[in-house]
Design a protein around this ligand. Structure first.
Ligand SMILES: Nc1ncnc2c1ncn2[C@@H]1O[C@H](COP(=O)(O)OP(=O)(O)O)[C@@H](O)[C@H]1O
Ligand SMILES: [Mg+2]
Length: 393
């Protein structure tokens, strides 16, 4: 088939042609949007958590584009270990407000927000940010120097402005598990304070990250469990995989033979990234207009190679010998499932669980494994266990 027409999009954060199986979350978001616009009321913030490649980033992007289409104030950032969240968030909020002042031109209503924003960024020592409008800083609001308090105060002022314009504010943080504990504490604090008002302002925060994120947030504040609505996302159901593979093709007059589709299911195992990769390679190889078993076998093999090289091998190669031993132990003991550190230590002939601490910590830092709960360890990417076992053979 003509690769120019190929609808599938494997790759981090790349929008799939059909966003399958996320209807519930999207309809929940619709409720948030309508409450904000019709009643000027904010909802509890969300945490979207799931393994790598299940579609957290594309979901955040979808929420972002919906909010943008409604002319909301929208800021999206990615937390990372290389830059403090407060800096990237402040910078992005400035940009979001510049866009918003263009969208809602009544300047008098923005004066206070921009003045507070100036004090906020000044206090954080962020310079080189221009607001585009000349305003004097508002002193005494959002400039205490305590990031959590200041963020809370800034969001309150932004929320008041949203209310005046009949819109909402959406703040999205991807890879939130990478943020430092003090930044997580500050986010918890700001989100907590937003929810305290008799009628919460229409400011909505969504954090996305690995399955360890809820536990990390709870470590940063004991009330975090009740602070967020957790929206775990995972593998797609068979029906959703069918939709994700079939619909984009149908729209282009292409079909899958039943046995070919069954084989593609088998390979994809519900993993959204695989779905896109298989779809892409089958499309490129097939003569069409009906995909056959042979197409899936040939395309599936290419997808497998691409996934091995892009997803597993790069991670495996980043691991040292000691770290690989730990990974291999995990794969042999429990496959895809979380492994108890004690059991792993025994399996690897270590006297104490602490003998594994260094390797485990390094693997967490490299993003290969995470701790679903205290004392447990699991792979961050679906299918990694099989790959690790194949390396060992
Ligand atoms: N609901 C979905 N239906 C079909 N494909 C999806 C879906 N969600 C994500 N994908 C695809 O999966 C891949 C990984 O998505 P991404 O958002 O980067 O995952 P994550 O941020 O969780 O690591 C992309 O190629 C994307 O197109
Ligand atoms: Mg992502």
């Amino acid at each position: 088939m003509d690769p120019v027409e190929n609808p599938f999009r494997p790759g981090a954060g790349r929008r799939p042609p059909v966003l399958a199986g996320r209807e519930r979350i999207l309809s929940n978001f619709d409720v948030v949007v309508r409450r904000a616009e019709n009643y000027g009321e904010g909802d509890r913030s969300w945490v979207i958590n799931g393994l790598r490649g299940v579609g957290k980033t594309v979901l955040l992007n979808e929420l972002m584009s919906q909010a943008n289409a409604r002319k909301w104030i929208v800021a999206k950032v990615e937390a990372s270990t290389s830059a403090p969240l407060r800096r990237v968030l402040a910078t992005e909020l400035v940009k979001a407000l510049r866009t918003a002042t263009g969208r809602h031109a009544d300047r008098s209503k923005w004066k206070r927000v921009l003045g507070v924003l100036r004090s906020f960024t000044f206090k954080l020592g962020i310079d080189g940010i221009t607001l585009g409008i000349d305003v004097d800083p508002v002193h005494g609001v959002a400039d205490s120097g305590t990031f959590g308090d200041d963020l809370a105060a800034l969001l309150e002022v932004i929320g008041e402005a949203s209310l005046e314009f009949g819109i909402g504010t959406l703040i999205l943080v991807d890879e939130l598990q990478e943020a430092g504990t003090d930044d997580l504490e500050a986010v918890n604090m700001a989100v907590h304070s937003l929810g305290q008002a008799p009628t919460p302002l229409p400011v909505f925060f969504v954090g996305a990250g690995l399955p360890s994120l809820p536990a990390q947030l709870a470590d940063a504040a004991s009330y975090a469990e009740r602070l967020y609505v957790y929206q775990p996302i995972g593998l797609l159901s068979p029906d959703d995989v069918r939709t994700a593979l079939v619909e984009p093709c149908e729209q282009r007059g292409v079909t899958w033979q039943e046995d070919a589709l069954a084989a593609a299911f088998e390979l994809a195992r519900g993993y959204p990234y695989f779905v896109q990769s298989i779809g892409k390679h089958v499309w490129d190889l097939a003569a069409g207009p009906a995909f056959t078993m042979d197409d899936v076998q040939a395309g599936g093999a290419l997808a497998r190679e691409e996934i091995d090289a892009g997803l597993y091998r790069s991670r495996w190669e980043r691991a040292t010998t000691a770290q690989r031993r730990l990974l291999t132990g995990m794969a042999h003991l429990k496959g895809e499932d979380p492994v108890e550190i004690g059991e792993l230590a025994a399996h690897l002939g270590k006297a104490r669980t602490s003998d594994l601490s260094v390797a485990r910590q390094e693997l967490i830092k490299k993003g290969l494994v995470y701790a679903p709960e205290r004392g447990l360890v699991a792979f961050t990417v679906p299918g990694m266990a099989d790959f690790v076992i194949a390396q060992d053979a």
